[in-house]
Design a protein around this ligand. Structure first.
Ligand code: ADP
Ligand code: MG
Length: 388
């Protein structure tokens, strides 16, 4: 963090922060657009994230300030509070509401947030600020929630209070992430396995296309519907709950029932992408980073040509990476149509990569992308504790 949050807290509230907690953002390493098809995803926490500094007040108020936004606000801490338009503070307010509804006693508190995750770019700054709030309150007041309960609270906030119909992966990854590990997660059963990811001489480069987010939501719903159509057709021959119950081999035996080319492409992506997650876990377990990189490229290609959720901005990044000698794998990550791509970049080439990618991207797209160098980081933790 290149900001002194303790100092900023003192400036804002004229007292010392009692504790500062960090919560990461996340990327999905592989397994894209299959969580809603019963497939496995493979997210990890990143070293970019959200810090929250807190200290109690005696006014029965919650006060919210973020260094990322100009607007600050405060609400009473005796009752639950209504959603306030599209205000950023709805995220912490929603979390606190859940705690209050659950009968937890939380007194007045002053909050100062700061995030170095690009906001609204698919790295889940929203799950990060939700879990940051939930984790901080749980730890500070010793409320006794376990991590999974915090995840479920944060998801409820995102779905019911913010009103975004998203799955549980983001909150889960942000809360359960561990340094140098990926999470292989079944979003339905919440069964998961941690996989060691030894990046060796490589780093995780995160490239934000900076494309304004427009299409993502409607196209997302369209893909969900197309997968349901494929499932319905397959169910004329075999009994399935989810497309991802099929391996690529088994799918090939039944795919003839899908005559529409587009629907067939969508289903093919889903089934093969799920296989790729299994292969990726195997490659990482065996320390075969080169194979993992190949699977990342294959995943992107499938998202580009079969699932059609990429776009010229994400493709420009991945095309550049394919030809750049010091990258061994790259793909779009998240819902697509913009947002971020990730790449496995050899250490020592950060500047060279940034310079050449920037030139290439500006030339093709007309405005620059933003490049972040990250590692696979830890879930939430206390960074500074001045109250004991
Ligand atoms: P993403 O999760 O992809 O970054 P979202 O639109 O889901 O994008 O969430 C972004 C929103 O989360 C922001 O507009 C803001 O309301 C809230 N948020 C995230 N990080 C912060 C922060 N550091 N300070 C204040 N609000 C934040
Ligand atoms: Mg979000």
């Amino acid at each position: 963090m290149n900001i002194n949050l303790e100092e900023k807290f003192a400036e804002q509230y004229h007292k010392k922060a009692d504790a500062i907690y960090f919560t990461p953002g996340r990327v999905n390493l592989i397994g894209e657009h299959i969580d809603y098809n019963g497939g496995l995803v493979m997210p990890c926490a990143i070293t970019l994230g959200t810090w929250v500094a807190i200290a109690p007040n005696n006014d029965s108020r919650f006060r919210f300030k973020s260094l990322n936004f100009d607007v600050q606000t405060e609400v009473t801490s005796n009752t639950t509070n209504e959603k306030d338009g599209s205000l950023w503070a709805n995220y912490p307010i929603g979390v606190i509401n859940e705690f209050i509804k659950d009968g937890k006693e939380i007194s007045g508190l002053d909050f100062l947030f700061y995030g170095n995750i690009p906001i609204g770019s698919g790295l889940s700054s929203s799950a990060s600020i939700e879990i940051a709030t939930a984790y901080a309150l749980n730890a500070y007041f010793n409320l006794g929630y376990d991590k999974l309960e915090l995840v479920k609270i944060a998801k409820r906030v995102e779905n019911d209070f913010i009103g975004l119909n998203s799955g549980i992966m983001d909150q889960f990854a942000v809360a359960f992430g561990e340094k140098s590990k990926a999470i292989v997660l079944d979003c339905e059963s919440l069964k998961y396995k941690m996989v060691d990811v030894d990046l060796g001489n490589y780093l995780l480069a995160i490239i934000n296309t900076n494309k304004p987010r427009e299409l993502a939501d409607s196209k997302y719903n369209e893909r969900v519907a197309e997968c349901q159509t494929a499932l319905k057709l397959l169910n004329e021959e075999i009994n399935l709950h989810y497309l991802c119950e099929l391996t690529a081999e088994k799918f090939a035996l039944h795919s003839h029932v899908i005559t529409d080319k587009t629907i067939l492409n969508r289903a093919t992506h889903v089934v093969k992408e799920n296989d790729r997650v299994h292969l990726a876990a195997k490659a990482l377990n065996g320390g075969n980073l080169a194979e993992f990189g190949r699977l990342m490229y294959a995943s992107h290609e499938s998202l580009r040509t079969l699932y059609e959720v990429s776009g010229k901005e994400l493709d420009a990044v991945v095309d550049f990476c394919t030809d750049y000698e010091h990258v061994i794998g790259a793909r779009m990550t998240g819902a697509g149509f913009g947002g971020c791509a990730i790449a496995l970049l050899e250490k020592g080439f950060e500047e060279d990569f940034a310079k050449h990618l920037t030139d290439y991207y500006v030339n093709k797209i007309g405005y620059p992308a933003a490049i972040y160098i990250s590692e696979i980081g830890n879930g939430p933790y206390l960074t500074t504790d001045t109250h004991r």
